[in-house]
Design a protein around this ligand. Sequence first.
Ligand SMILES: [Zn+2]
Ligand SMILES: [Zn+2]
Length: 150
Amino acid sequence: MAECGICHRAKPSRYYHCRHCNHCIYRLDHHCNFVGNCLGQHNSKVYVHLLLNALFHAIAETAVIAYHYASLLQFNNAHALFTLTLLPTLFALYESTRLLRAFHTTLKRNQTLVESYKRVRGPKTSLLSAMESYFGKKSLWWLVPTFESH
Ligand SMILES: [Zn+2]
Ligand SMILES: [Zn+2]
C-alpha cells in the first residue's frame, strides 16, 4: 500500500492529505474554513444537511425581508438597513446553492474537488449509487444527518 509523502501513514486509494489537519482523509473534497474541518466521505452527509439548512433559512429570511420591505423604507437610513439585512441572506443563498451544485457535480462525476485537480476520479457510477456511497443504502435515513447506514 502506498504511503503518504507528508504524514507517512498508509495511504489507500482515494485518500488525500489535508495540510490544515495533517491527516489523510478518504475522498477528501476540500478543507472547509467555514466549518473548520475537512470535507470527506464520512461527513459529507452532515455537510449537505448544513447547506440545505442554510439554503432554506436564507430563502425564509429573504422572504421575511421582502415582506417587510415597505416598513424598512420608513427608517431614516433605510438603504443601509436594507443592505445590512438583505446582503447576508443573498450571500447565504448564493453560497449554499453554489456549494450544493458543486457537491452534485462530485456525485455525478464520482470525483472530489481534490481529484479534479489531480485529474483522477472513481469508477463511473449512477447518481443513486454515488448518493448511497455518501449517505447510506437506506434512503429514508438520508433525512437524518447523524445516522450512518454504511
Ligand atoms: Zn497524509
Ligand atoms: Zn482539513
